[in-house]
Ligand binder design. Sequence first.
Ligand SMILES: C[S@@+](CC[C@H](N)C(=O)[O-])C[C@H]1O[C@@H](n2cnc3c(N)ncnc32)[C@H](O)[C@@H]1O
Length: 209
Amino acid sequence: MSFKNLISFDEIAESNVNFLDIDSRPDWEEVFGNSNPLNLEIGFGVGNFLIEMGIREPDENFIGMDFYHKGIRKVISRIEKYQVNNVRIVYGDAKEKIPLLFNDQELSRVYINFPDPWPKKRHHKRRLIKPAFIKTLSEKLKPGGEIHIATDFESYALEILEFFEKELTLKNKNGSGTFLPQKEGIPKTKYEKKFINAGERIFYLEFVK
Ligand SMILES: C[S@@+](CC[C@H](N)C(=O)[O-])C[C@H]1O[C@@H](n2cnc3c(N)ncnc32)[C@H](O)[C@@H]1O
């Protein structure tokens, strides 16, 4: 089944079990048909990282959260094309949805790959990664759970680092005040490939609860 732009999101939500437009926590075991660990990617874009992670790690469950319609349609059709049965898409703004959809200590890993940097100073307030959001993520993580972030935008990377270092429930895996310069053995996102090809530096951050 393919999703043309003419099909509304309501229709997709009704007809596609992999797409969830919801405002309260579902029974995740029922959603996935198993009790495997739950991992979340926030802002998956066109979703190649999400799909590849699902394929590479069949014993883990992956939830992608975004509100980019074109990307969501693409991912939904890829889930079906590659028959990836451990990936689900949740529609919406992560700031609103995460508190509603997950119990505390429920998530194993959270990935945020190339969050919009909002480069203009007057737009910095729109950035996703803020102290209150970090606190929410930490609450939803299991002990030992991890948050993985990547950005090419140095001043945002420094701001993220500063905010995380103040969240005492989390520890920088790579040592206080440091970024990971490279990350191997993990799929590359669309933006990541673009930045690598352009020779740009990427800042990887990893925190553990
Ligand atoms: C710069 S793109 C990066 C896409 C992808 N992660 C990549 O690396 O190729 C940022 C993505 O985050 C999504 N996004 C931005 N704010 C969000 C929010 N509050 N909740 C969920 N998704 C969000 C956007 O719709 C977009 O798909």
